[in-house]
Design a protein around this ligand. Structure first.
Ligand code: CO
Length: 215
């Protein structure tokens, strides 16, 4: 008996449905991909990228990790970013967090969780540098929601500060980085109005000198 038979049955039904809708669906996808979007989101099972933005396979390149964190030394995320921007030439990078994020909640607590605390440390830094804290006058849920938003903002900036994005802008490549947040309670996305599409939108500290080859 096949292990996890239900999932294979689901897959068979899905593939048949796609074929029925469009007989060339899989043969076209097999030829290559040219998605215009890169999605960087949380690994949370309730925030499936393709589904919530209504896109089919081939339409969005996806990277997900705990609490949608973009770390300068994470070669996994950086490799995704490089491939998406330099090879696929995506025009939009979307960093999407979500309210009620367990990773963000864990980063606000004193409770140790082991290895993952090292990962969540990046969010704890965002918390530490924010005006949020036990004395901010907010109820815990609002504080948590606010940190979910601030975490998206921080990660949008981290994306923009990478050599990959900076080089793309220097080459004159069209590239915008967006910060969104998703609510588990109503299934809707909110635009945090953080769109960054050129180095001029960044603080001076993070503007690299134009390279000679670009001038
Ligand atoms: Co999450």
């Amino acid at each position: 008996m096949r292990i996890l038979k239900e999932l294979f049955d689901n897959n068979k039904a899905w593939a048949a449905r796609k074929n029925e809708e469009n007989a060339e669906f899989f043969s076209k996808l097999a030829q290559g991909q040219a998605p215009p979007y890169l999605w960087i989101g949380c690994a949370d099972s309730r925030v499936p990228a393709n589904e919530i933005i209504g896109l089919d396979p081939g339409e969005v390149f996806v990277h997900r990790n705990v609490a949608n964190v973009v770390v300068h030394t994470d070669f996994n995320c950086l490799s995704v970013l490089q491939y998406a921007i330099e090879v696929l030439k995506v025009e939009h990078v979307i960093v999407c967090g979500h309210y009620g994020c367990g990773g963000v909640a864990a980063a606000m607590q004193d409770q140790p969780y082991g290895l993952i605390d090292n990962w969540l440390r990046h969010i704890r830094d965002v918390y530490e540098h924010s005006e949020l804290g036990p004395d901010d006058g907010l109820d815990p849920k609002t504080r948590h929601d606010k940190l979910c938003e601030l975490n998206v903002a921080a990660q949008v900036h981290n994306v923009c500060h990478t050599t990959i994005v900076q080089d793309a802008w220097r080459r004159g490549q069209n590239l915008a980085v967006h910060g969104w947040i998703y609510a588990l309670t109503d299934g809707l996305l909110r635009d945090l109005d953080l769109c960054i599409s050129s180095p001029e939108h960044l603080s001076k500290t993070f503007r690299m000198k134009p390279s000679p080859r670009a001038s």
